[in-house]
Design a protein around this ligand. Sequence first.
Ligand SMILES: Cc1cc2nc3c(=O)[nH]c(=O)nc-3n(C[C@H](O)[C@H](O)[C@H](O)COP(=O)(O)OP(=O)(O)OC[C@H]3O[C@@H](n4cnc5c(N)ncnc54)[C@H](O)[C@@H]3O)c2cc1C
Length: 397
Amino acid sequence: MGIRVLSDKCVGCKVCVSACPFGAITVVERKAVIGDACTLCGSCVPSCKFQAIELTRSEKVNTDLASYQGVWVFAEQREGRLAEVVLELLGEGRKLADTLGQELVAVLLGHDVAGLAGELIAYGADRVFLAEHPDLRHFLEDSYTQVLTDLIREHKPNIVLIGATAAGRSLAPRVAARVRTGLTADCTGLAIDPATLNLQQTRPAFGGNLMATILCPNHRPQMATVRPKVFKALARDDARQGEVVRVDLAKAVFDLKARILEVIKLQEGPSVNLQEANIIVSGGRGLCDPKNFKLVEDLAAVLGGAVGASRAAVDAGWVSYPHQVGQTGKTVGPKVYFACGIHGAIQHLAGMQSSDIIIAINKNPEAPIFKVATFGLVGDALEILPALTEEFKKAIG
Ligand SMILES: Cc1cc2nc3c(=O)[nH]c(=O)nc-3n(C[C@H](O)[C@H](O)[C@H](O)COP(=O)(O)OP(=O)(O)OC[C@H]3O[C@@H](n4cnc5c(N)ncnc54)[C@H](O)[C@@H]3O)c2cc1C
């Protein structure tokens, strides 16, 4: 795929400059010049009345698509515990596999993790590829990329789903590049196109202002990372039967550029475990002063919940980045989400609007957070928060 300006046709009118959402076009000596910020989105092409911009897309199909079969889920684990997103991906992967009439495979890498294979089957997998090796004990890009790439080359899956966790976001692009296929990052919706059987991969674009559905029609596997808490896991069924296939790594030698010498755990405590929390109390700039963040922490502590924050609160240094909820923070989906002094910018909503119940506290009755709120409290968070904490303390005992 490529883009170029046909200089004999370009008159330097600058219409393409304003059509480009990425500010990638400048006009130099009355000719448009497309810079490095270009994403090949093609917005400039129809804007040019002189047909002076040419976008070429390769339609070449370079793989035998039909030979790629099966839906794979990367079974991320840490210290012998599966990431929650793996179970969610198995739930969604099961639907995709059933629609396609193909099998659902979990790919489990680690050391001494065989005990997790049964759990993967209980949550929907038909088959588990189990790759165990001391160099796979901890997630390392080099060894994990090598094993997953080799498995994909050998077994040719149709679809590969990976959680959009720190590890998944690092692993997926490396694997996609090596197997020469596309990758859609941070999907929030997956479906099978009934006409073509291609995977429709939907994700927010342009700051969540539109949803883009992305296809990978000419290459396989179709690869996507998926944000945690978007899909629901199936109910565990220990009666399900499946096959565990050991990957032979006896002679494997990994070209490791890094080694893990020691794992040091963050001392942040349970209040930062946003993605697994059932209750989150989040604070924003409306708390007015860093010391008032304690009011959010107090309510979270009484409810046994986690502490979240808007980016404005994080940028102001009131609370650390791991607490940030939103487009550039964490996506959460708790049972109850308190938004205290948070305006409800689209980038914040992108990370929390799938919460079951949203309780918003804001002085401004017009704040957009009230549009997504289940319950709205119009008033001063500095007064309402301590009152709620007191009442919950009494109620919970
Ligand atoms: C590319 C990009 C990515 C971004 N990613 C994120 C992200 O991941 N997460 C995120 O949160 N933001 C993100 N933002 C920033 C986002 O656009 C907003 O600027 C941010 O969410 C605002 O935070 P806020 O609601 O706390 O602050 P404000 O917008 O300042 O809102 C404060 C709110 O508090 C209310 N208020 C004031 N005083 C009180 C009081 N005493 N009691 C009750 N209510 C009160 C006000 O009425 C107001 O509604 C991103 C922006 C960009 C451009």
